[in-house]
Design a protein around this ligand. Structure first.
Ligand SMILES: Cc1ncc(COP(=O)(O)O)c(C=O)c1O
Ligand SMILES: N[C@@H](CCCC[NH3+])C(=O)O
Length: 416
């Protein structure tokens, strides 16, 4: 589906001109297409139709209540990594019984909240966490449903900062230690072993790392069965990439087919935790060109969005396509698209050929995942507004922060 298309030479989200959105709600502004979000979820799920499965949207990729609510209504579960994300899921109308709780540093308080809410499963990431979870559950008189997140030690062939399934990173437990830890878990009074979990990284554009990881997980499931530990579900994490420029990530149908074939006729529920693949290309960040600044070596287009709004370029040198919202029929110039933040790393795009004038609007594409969710208030910049487009309607789903909000919880020290 072409979500963001030119109509009468103006970029639209569904049937709404992006120029109208900044007129109504200002700039910078995140814009999401409801149709693109729904279709992504439905297409992902369609591959597992008639199979015992649960799609848990990775909340960290975009925790907007409106997006969580939309996915909840479509039947999604949620992958959370904090008590804050659990509270969001509940506030958005998500079902806690479809929540998996990942993360290496769950506090006792977060465990209590999740046990109270009755989540589907804890994805435990260390032997120490298992002991703490057993204690917390025992104190509450509850049984904690558990999967162990194992590191299958496969190369996800992605950016090193977002590769997570290798032996030497902080996530999960080493594959070689997993059986032992499961045997310990089996002895714990308030732990119930439900599954095996893995997540090998993000923005993965090939099928083979997923298949390699699944092979290793299945070998572990068999080893557990030999030790009288029966697994009810396998959680294969998230990680399917999207096209930012010319990547060709696996199609959902090919991914689903491959995963189902690998599972064969085992009677096990499949759990997935996709984030980026469901929201990444359903959102853009709109930003206005404040200044054009030619220098001896480069032409800068200084825009009103910055690394605090979209951190991915600064953090990973990530590429996001940048399009003029109302393209000019003039000669293009090579620009560095940069924000107003006081860091040389504050760029949104290098080497972009665009015909620009001050006041023009740009759309930073593929900004629906890890955009707003990783934003900050650096340089005391209020976070952008968020809008969801539905056909020819647009809904403000998050107000722009006010400057006063940014220091509302602060105080000065008396008598200083
Ligand atoms: C445990 C876990 N599950 C799911 C995800 C979602 O990943 P992605 O957005 O790449 O699908 C992540 C992030 O990488 C994660 O850490
Ligand atoms: N934040 C990263 C992905 C990390 C995924 C979280 N485990 C990105 O923008 O690509």
């Amino acid at each position: 589906m072409n979500t963001f298309t030119l109509k009468n030479n103006v970029l639209h989200a569904e049937n709404v001109a992006l120029t109208q959105i900044t007129e109504n709600f200002g700039s910078p502004c995140y814009v999401y297409s409801k149709a693109a979000l729904s279709q992504a979820f439905e297409r992902f799920s369609a591959g597992f139709k008639d199979a015992n499965h649960l799609v848990c949207f990775a909340v960290k990729s975009n925790p907007s209540l409106a997006i969580l609510n939309l996915f909840a209504k479509l039947g999604a579960g949620f992958d959370i990594v904090s008590g804050g994300e659990l509270a969001r899921v509940i506030a958005a109308g998500g079902d806690p019984k479809k929540v998996v709780f990942s993360g290496v540093g769950k506090t006792a308080e977060e465990m209590r909240a999740a046990l109270e809410a009755g989540i589907f499963c804890f994805n435990v990431e260390s032997a120490s966490e298992l002991i703490r979870l057993n204690d917390v559950a025992a104190y509450m008189g509850k049984i904690a449903p558990v999967s162990l997140r194992v590191n299958p030690n496969v190369d996800a062939k992605t950016h090193p900062y977002i590769s997570t399934g290798l032996k030497n990173n902080k996530f999960g437990v080493a594959y070689e230690d997993a059986l032992d830890i499961y045997l310990q878990a089996a002895e714990m009074s308030n732990i119930a072993i439900h599954g095996v979990d893995c997540h090998i990284g993000s923005q993965i554009t090939e099928l083979s790392p997923f298949l390699d990881a699944f092979d290793r997980v299945l070998a572990l499931v068999d080893a557990l069965a030999e030790n009288n530990i029966q697994i009810q579900h396998i959680d294969l994490g998230g990680g399917i990439g999207i096209c930012y420029s010319d990547e060709t990530p696996p199609e959902f149908t090919a991914y689903a087919k491959a995963m189902r074939e690998k599972l064969g006729n085992r009677d096990v529920k499949l759990v997935f935790e996709p984030g980026r693949a469901l929201v990444g290309n359903a959102g853009v960040l709109l930003t206005k060109v404040e200044y054009l600044k030619p220098t001896e070596s480069k032409n800068f287009a200084i825009v009103d969005a910055a690394m605090n709004d979209l951190m991915r370029p600064a953090l990973y040198d990530a590429y996001h396509d940048i399009q003029a919202v109302a393209p000019r029929n003039e000669a293009a110039v090579n620009y560095e698209i940069v924000g107003p933040v006081c860091e040389s790393g504050d760029f949104l795009g290098h080497d972009r050929n665009l015909a620009l004038q001050e006041g023009d609007l740009l759309a930073i594409m593929s900004a629906g995942a890890y955009g707003m969710s990783m934003s900050s208030n650096y340089n005391t910049r209020p976070r952008a507004a968020e809008v969801m487009v539905d056909g020819d309607q647009c809904h403000l789903i998050k107000k722009r922060e006010l400057i006063a909000d940014l220091f509302a919880n602060e105080s000065t020290v008396p008598n200083s």
